[in-house]
Design a binder for this molecule. Structure first.
Ligand SMILES: [Zn+2]
Length: 244
C-alpha cells in the first residue's frame, strides 16, 4: 500500500511526516542472525553468484575467547558468548563471491547450533569467518552432527582452557572441514555476538560429521551452551547456491 497516496488531501503536513518516519523504521527492519531455516523461506535463483572456495592447508592455534576478563571468577564461569576459536594462518584459505575475495581468518564453535533447520538444532555448529579487504564479513556456517570421525575431531581433540595456553595444532587440510555435499543456503544477517553488526553474508552448508566424544567434550566445557537464539527472518529468504 502506498501510504502517501492513501492519505486524504487535507491531512496536516505534520501527520504526513509521521507516516514517513514509520516508513524509515520499516526499512530498518532487523536482519539478525541466527535464523530458523524453514522450507518455505528457501528459494532457487539460477543467477545467484556461486560460493567459490579456495582452501589450502594451515597449522592452527586453538584459543579460548574470553568475554568476562573483568570478573574475578571469570576463569571458571562460562559466558554464553565465549567460545573455542581456531586461528588460521594468513593466506591459507579464501572464498570469492561475485568477484569479491574474503580471506579465512578463524573458525569457532557453538553448542547447540545457532541456526535451526525446521525448528531443530544440531549439537554443534562451526562458523568459518572470512573478511574482505574492505572489512566486509562472510561466514560459512556448518552444522555438526554425530557420526564418523572428521578433521573437526582433530581440531577439538584438546580444548584450550579459559585462562591458559592456546593449543597448537598440526597443519590440516581446510577443505576437509566442509561436508562432501556442495549445496549452501545464502542469506544476509548479522554477527551472533555483540555488537550484532548487520551486513554479514551467511552461507549455511549441509551437516558435517563429528564423533559423539568430541560433542561431549565441547558440551562439557559449555554446559549452559554458547549459542544465540534464532532471530526473526522478517521477510528474508535463503537462496540455494552451490559451492565450487
Ligand atoms: Zn559464531
Amino acid at each position: 500500500m502506498n501510504l502517501r497516496r492513501s492519505l486524504p488531501a487535507l491531512v496536516p503536513l505534520v501527520l504526513t511526516a509521521t507516516f514517513f518516519a514509520v516508513g524509515t523504521a520499516e526499512s530498518g527492519t532487523p536482519k539478525q542472525s541466527p535464523v530458523n531455516v524453514t522450507p518455505g523461506a528457501i528459494r532457487f535463483d539460477s543467477h545467484a553468484p556461486k560460493l567459490d572456495v579456495d582452501y589450502g592447508s594451515s597449522a592452527l592455534e586453538l584459543k579460548y575467547i574470553r568475554k568476562d576478563v573483568d570478573k574475578t571468577d571469570g576463569c571458571t564461569v562460562r559466558n554464553h558468548e565465549e567460545t573455542e576459536e581456531a586461528d588460521v594462518q594468513p593466506g591459507a584459505g579464501h572464498v570469492t563471491v561475485a568477484g569479491t575475495r574474503y580471506d579465512l581468518v578463524q573458525f569457532h564453535f557453538h553448542t547447540p547450533s545457532e541456526h535451526k533447520f525446521g525448528g531443530r538444532n544440531t549439537p554443534l555448529e562451526m562458523h568459518l569467518v572470512h573478511r574482505s579487504a574492505e572489512g566486509k564479513l562472510l561466514v560459512v556456517g556448518v552444522p555438526l552432527v554425530v557420526g564418523s570421525h572428521s578433521v573437526v575431531d582433530d581440531v577439538l581433540a584438546k580444548l584450550a582452557p579459559e585462562c591458559g595456553d592456546a593449543v597448537e595444532i598440526e597443519p590440516i587440510n581446510l577443505n576437509r572441514l566442509l561436508p562432501p555435499d556442495h549445496g549452501t543456503l545464502h542469506y544476509t544477517g548479522s554477527l551472533t555476538t555483540a555488537p550484532f553488526t548487520e551486513g554479514v553474508e551467511w552461507y549455511l552448508t549441509s551437516p558435517q560429521h563429528v564423533t559423539a566424544a568430541t560433542i561431549a567434550r565441547f558440551q562439557g566445557l559449555f554446559t549452559a551452551g554458547n549459542a544465540r537464539e534464532a532471530q526473526p527472518l522478517n521477510g528474508r529468504t535463503l537462496v540455494e547456491v552451490p559451492r565450487i
